[in-house]
Design a protein around this ligand. Structure first.
Ligand SMILES: NC(=O)c1ccc[n+]([C@@H]2O[C@H](COP(=O)([O-])OP(=O)(O)OC[C@H]3O[C@@H](n4cnc5c(N)ncnc54)[C@H](O)[C@@H]3O)[C@@H](O)[C@H]2O)c1
Ligand SMILES: O=C(O)[C@H]1O[C@H](OP(=O)(O)OP(=O)(O)OC[C@H]2O[C@@H](n3ccc(=O)[nH]c3=O)[C@H](O)[C@@H]2O)[C@H](O)[C@@H](O)[C@@H]1O
Length: 386
């Protein structure tokens, strides 16, 4: 492998990365990138490894020996500190991060996103290890604009909705809106990491992903996850399309999101890993401000793209409205709009997203169709015994 250089032209030394939550959606793509394009070693920690199995075996893989899987639950495993001590860099991805859990399992959500992350921060601080911690765009909560009257012209002013790391406030709903248990726990762990940096010199970077999507995201209910499980929207809509059911629009599908292709986002994370001088001490939005849609528009686009990649016809009624109470239960609330400001990441790392929403949906739905269509057909033909 030719010598790799950082953004300032210096050679990059191979490092050992302790990646916690490496078996999840983001972790699997990050491991793939690190194995195929860099000389770094990965200690991959997770409870599951299904999504990185292809990287772990067989021994003949070109990166054999550079990735090592440790099956452990960071809630209660004394091996955690030792593994952190072996690394040059720690990346923490472990979390409960599906909205269906925030209002129905708020205790697990708060423990997972705050309490369970505490030892990781502590061990990094005590052992002088650099930490890249995964937070979320949900820490911004709702936009200031959402509190203006519906017809206020100020709603069109970016000052009222673009989300900036260093100036935007964090606006959550009331305590009984348990949806915000996740955002609030993530915000507190961000504040703790920031304080460890300020008071004890912890070298850290905080990542705020804005709806990263792509292959291997979550699960398809009844195929590789629980039948009654509710994954994030990409997997919900994929499941509906694969089963030829209408896509469910929560509260009319009016909320807006910006979606980014996982492969674009992983490029940004690699720049953070390999340019510590430019990334340390920063909080980075990582998203694609050019890919904004309402959830209804996302459903319409996914329906068209799926028809193209599968060759199947579109249903007469491709979507159906459902209330948030019916879909998620009591205590659900929503972020109205999420446009990331890209000034800081652009200045520090020169990074920009590339892939359009149509293109990323085309490659992702091609993957979903190839991976799941047969299994779904079989499961429909042979319903499980009741
Ligand atoms: N995907 C996104 O767009 C997105 C957006 C915002 C924030 N994030 C954040 O990025 C991180 C990764 O997200 P993801 O989409 O890959 O989610 P994911 O659920 O696919 O991955 C998380 C992984 O962490 C593991 N994990 C959870 N608790 C653990 C524990 N106690 N011990 C060991 N492993 C544990 C899970 O098994 C899972 O494999 C999370 O912190 C999430 O909050 C993701
Ligand atoms: O991905 C992110 O950046 C963050 O946001 C997500 O939250 P959210 O975008 O609300 O979660 P999705 O499940 O992807 O839902 C997006 C929107 O689609 C709607 N939705 C979801 C599923 C569905 O079947 N129908 C539907 O209309 C939801 O109500 C919501 O308005 C999750 O909290 C995290 O993964 C993450 O921290």
């Amino acid at each position: 492998m030719a010598t790799r250089t950082d953004l300032d032209g210096r050679p990059i030394k191979p490092m050992t990365i302790c990646m916690i939550g490496a078996g999840g959606f983001i972790g699997s793509h990050l491991c793939e990138k690190l194995m195929s394009e860099t000389p770094h070693k990965v200690l991959a920690l997770d409870v599951y490894n299904d999504k990185i199995k292809h990287l772990l075996e067989p021994d003949s893989l070109p990166w054999a020996g550079r990735i090592q899987f440790h099956r452990l639950n960071i809630k209660h495993d004394s091996r955690l500190e030792g593994l952190i001590k072996m690394a040059d860099l720690v990346i923490n991805l472990a979390a409960i991060c599906t909205p269906a859990d925030y209002n129905t399992r708020p205790l697990d959500t708060i423990y997972s996103n705050f309490i369970d992350a505490l030892p990781v921060v502590k061990y990094c601080s005590e052992n002088n290890k650099r930490l890249i911690h995964f937070s979320t765009c949900e820490v911004y909560g709702k936009t200031i604009g959402s509190f203006l009257p519906k017809d206020s012209p100020l709603r069109q002013d970016p000052a009222y909705y673009v989300l900036k790391e260093d100036t935007s406030p964090c606006i959550f709903g009331s305590i009984e809106k348990q949806r915000w248990s996740y955002a609030c726990a993530k915000q507190l762990i961000e504040r703790l990491i920031y304080a460890e940096g300020a008071e004890n010199g912890l070298e850290f970077t905080i990542v705020r992903p804005f709806n990263w999507i792509g292959p291997r995201m979550d699960f398809i209910p009844g195929i590789d996850g629980p039948s009654e499980g509710v994954p994030r929207v990409l997997a919900c809509f994929s499941n509906n399309l694969l089963r030829r059911e209408p896509l469910k629009l929560v509260d009319g599908g009016e909320s807006q999101r910006t979606f980014i292709y996982i492969k674009d986002a992983i490029e940004a994370v690699l720049l953070m890993i390999e340019n510590p001088d430019r990334a340390n001490g920063h909080i980075f939005n990582v998203g694609n401000p050019n890919n904004e849609v309402t959830v209804r528009q996302l459903a319409e686009m996914m329906t068209k793209v799926y028809a193209k990649v599968s060759g199947e016809t579109v249903l007469e009624s491709p979507t159906v409205d459902v209330s948030s109470k019916e879909f998620y239960g009591e205590g659900y609330d929503d972020s109205d709009k999420r446009i990331p400001d890209m000034t800081i990441i652009n200045k520090q790392l020169g990074w920009n997203p590339k892939t359009s929403l149509w293109d990323l949906l085309e490659s992702t739905l091609t993957y979903q169709h190839r991976t799941y269509a047969e299994a779904i057909k079989k499961s429909i033909a042979k319903p499980s015994a009741s």
